[in-house]
Design a protein around this ligand. Structure first.
Ligand code: FE
Length: 337
């Protein structure tokens, strides 16, 4: 009887340990429809279950407030500056993983191995094929040319996507040139900056302007939208990867990424998920689900993405975009973008 009780207790104890070990709590700024397919594949492969807390903002503050008691194991987000906030608040663990080091190029992860890019998106130019001579637009800098006066639509400059783009211009050309560009760009706008990336495409379709800057995946989302009208929006659109010329720096990119929470009780499992997200299976999913590019240099982009034209990315260490975010915002305010 006593023996039985001991065995039962040991069994019970081990199953509690197991149940802890096989679950992973994710705090995510990425939308559920985007990450669920990845998590299902991960659970099928490893047996590790995942719980997701999804929120568009406030998760870093929440982890900070929870401190050592935080149930969070892993954070997933988009935009390098947002990711950098977690490092800045000292919320991430340093990870030593051969797989991550092997699958993610140095310019796409934190120098001290706290955060890692998992996919790339390019900020591209779209223009109406009939109303714009697209050979006249080769670089993001070209959008400052006065010949585009009244032709460009844009979402507000202070959105993270545009702030990151401005940071890339500071990195490439210096603050003074970046400000000059911003001033001329804003003078070329057809209307007050408003709406999201999709709204700019709609405005081109409606003839309010001819040119816009969007993240590449919105082109795919609209092209394959369930909504027939949205599919119409992109029919006459040309997608231009800027700064592709010989010797030019390449097209500005941003990332989605993640990191393991410093006080995570399931670090091993959290690292396993990060590693899985850089594997061939997951890297291909980013392209299929959301028209994003793989970070793993051994994995090629989807056929659909390749069909949009080959693009060379700006290899600027992505951390620079976060470091220059404040200066970028100062310029954006000055030029009233
Ligand atoms: Fe987006």
């Amino acid at each position: 009887m006593t023996k039985n009780l001991i065995f039962t207790s040991i069994f019970f104890f081990i199953s509690i340990l197991n149940s802890f070990a096989d679950e992973l709590n994710i705090y995510s700024h990425r939308q559920p429809f985007l990450i669920n397919p990845f998590l299902e594949a991960f659970t099928n492969k490893t047996g590790i279950k995942t719980n997701v807390v999804y929120s568009t903002k406030g998760l870093a503050q929440r982890i900070q407030a929870e401190g050592e008691n935080s149930p969070a194991d892993l954070v997933l987000t988009v935009d390098i500056a947002r990711l950098f906030v977690y490092e800045d608040k000292n919320l991430l663990a340093k990870i030593d993983s051969k797989i991550l080091n092997n699958n993610i190029p140095a310019h796409l992860k934190s120098p001290d191995n706290t955060w890692f890019a998992l996919s790339k998106r390019s900020r591209v130019i779209v223009a109406d094929k009939d109303r714009v001579d697209i050979n006249q637009i080769k670089r993001i800098e070209d959008l400052a040319n006065e010949k585009w006066k009244g032709k460009i639509c844009s979402r507000p400059g202070s959105h993270v996507y545009n702030r990151a783009l401005m940071a890339s211009l500071i990195a490439a050309n210096g603050e003074e040139e970046a400000e000059k560009w911003g001033r001329s760009f804003v003078e070329n706008l057809a209307r007050r900056p408003q709406g999201n990336d999709r709204a700019q495409v709609k405005a081109i379709f409606e003839g309010q302007c001819d040119i816009a800057i969007i993240n590449n995946y919105y082109f795919g989302k609209l092209k394959f939208s369930e909504d027939k009208t949205q599919r119409e929006w992109v029919k006459n659109l040309e997608l231009i990867f800027p700064n592709q010329g010989k010797g030019d720096r390449g097209s500005h990119i941003n990332i989605s990424g993640g990191g393991v929470v410093k006080f995570s009780k399931n670090k091993k499992q959290a690292i396993a998920l990060l590693e899985f997200l850089t594997s061939e299976e997951a890297q291909k999913l980013y392209g299929k689900i959301n028209f994003e590019y793989p970070v793993n240099p051994r994995i090629s982009a989807t056929q659909e993405l390749i069909s949009w034209g080959e693009f060379r990315e700006d290899k600027l260490p992505i951390i620079k975009i976060a470091e220059l975010a404040y200066k970028a915002q100062v310029i954006i305010d000055k030029v009233r973008w």
